[in-house]
Ligand binder design. Structure first.
Ligand code: SAM
Ligand code: SF4
Ligand code: SF4
Length: 338
């Protein structure tokens, strides 16, 4: 298949696609879906507003024709979406797709790992913010201990999936766990990536003071370990990668706040209800679901997406200030898909 190369206003190529398959989650991480907002009365998307698998497949196939090579499924918690393996199987067989991954909190991963792998999934990023149960439970606010997630990580590896761990670090929340997490995953030869706490959405009470920067994280780890930089694998790779000297094990930093990477951001996002976003911090999206359901032709659909990408000027993290972080209207992470 001939893949197009579509560029935005700053010459950034459309290359990656994140698809959120649900806005629901079995955790209530304090920094993402605080329970006082996402409580019993919160209005999650009704089923008929979610993209169907057929619609997701059609959109994915269109994005692949427009240059996308990698797809990641996310949410909310993507493993809560019924028959997710069926969706993966449909997507994995699409022409032009080089990589398909999924980001999960790991709760349901262990028992699903073999099925996901068989469906064609290549990699999983498992979010784990602490080993210590007290800290982990205070974060997930769901009384869920860390050992089942750790077990899931092993089961995913055993199933043949490439596994990476994501740890969001917030000052006073889990920064005391940075070194123990680094040691734990180094010993197991698994890549751990530290994510700077971000001001996504409107509800997580973000403040610059809460961010533990890459520099601080690096220094904590470098006290015990010698690290050497690893060259990026491709343009637009978001993590700054390092290797523990004398090993093949890597550690990474996603520096969205302290060293933003908008100039190489090649990522499009589709929310669970089919809204198309060109930035994680966008305030509005473009409703692709409605035009699909109105019977848009393939050619028109392609042109609509091309048009939106060509108009893209997003560089929120490059321009972030205390003011924009607090005042700008932004979509919640659990809806847009992290
Ligand atoms: N539920 C899945 C999970 O937790 O892996 C997938 C969706 S979650 C929104 C995707 C990623 O976004 C997770 O690694 C999560 O820790 C991260 N995340 C959520 N809120 C964040 C924030 N305010 N700052 C940085 N990362 C955040
Ligand atoms: Fe759920 Fe993931 Fe958000 Fe935690 S970070 S509340 S697991 S969507
Ligand atoms: Fe991409 Fe927007 Fe993040 Fe910048 S702020 S890296 S444009 S998603």
């Amino acid at each position: 298949m001939q893949q197009a190369v579509i560029t935005d206003k700053f010459g950034r190529v459309l290359q990656d696609l994140r698809i959120s398959v649900t806005d629901r989650c079995n955790f209530r991480c304090r920094y993402c879906m605080p329970r006082e907002i996402f409580g019993k009365d919160f209005a999650f998307l009704p089923k008929e507003h979610l993209l169907t698998f057929e619609e997701i497949e059609r959109l994915a196939s269109t994005f692949l024709q427009l240059g996308v090579k990698k797809i990641r499924l996310t949410g909310g918690e993507p493993l809560l979406r019924k028959n997710i393996d069926e969706l993966i199987e449909r997507l994995a067989s699409l022409e032009g797709l080089e990589d398909i991954g999924l980001t999960t909190n790991g709760v349901l991963l262990g028992k699903m790992a073999d099925k996901l792998k068989a469906a064609g999934l290549k990699r999983v990023n498992v979010s784990l913010d602490a080993l210590d149960d007290k800290t982990f439970m205070a974060i997930n606010d769901s009384n869920f201990p860390s050992h089942p997630v750790i077990k899931s990580i092993q089961q995913a590896k055993d199933a043949g999936l490439v596994v990476k761990i994501n740890m969001v670090v917030k000052k006073g929340m889990n920064d005391h766990e940075v070194l123990s997490m680094a040691n734990f995953f180094k010993e197991r030869g698994i890549t751990l990536r530290f994510i700077e706490f971000m001001d996504v959405g409107q509800t997580n009470g973000w403040d610059f003071q809460h961010v533990v920067t890459k520099k601080e994280l690096y220094e904590m780890i470098a006290k015990e370990h010698d690290l050497e930089p690893v060259e990026p694998d491709y343009i637009g790779e978001v993590a700054k990668r390092y290797r523990y000297k004398g090993t093949e094990t890597e550690v990474g930093f996603i520096t969205s706040v302290s060293e933003s990477f908008c100039s190489s951001c090649t990522r499009a996002r589709i929310a669970a209800d089919g809204h198309f976003y060109t930035c994680l911090f966008a305030g509005t999206g473009f409703n692709l679901k409605d035009i699909l359901r109105e019977g848009i032709s393939n050619e028109e659909l392609k042109n609509t997406i091309i048009n939106r990408w060509q108009k893209r000027e997003d560089r929120y993290s490059d321009e972030r200030t205390e003011e924009t972080a607090k005042k700008r209207k932004k979509i919640e992470m659990s809806y847009i898909g992290g």
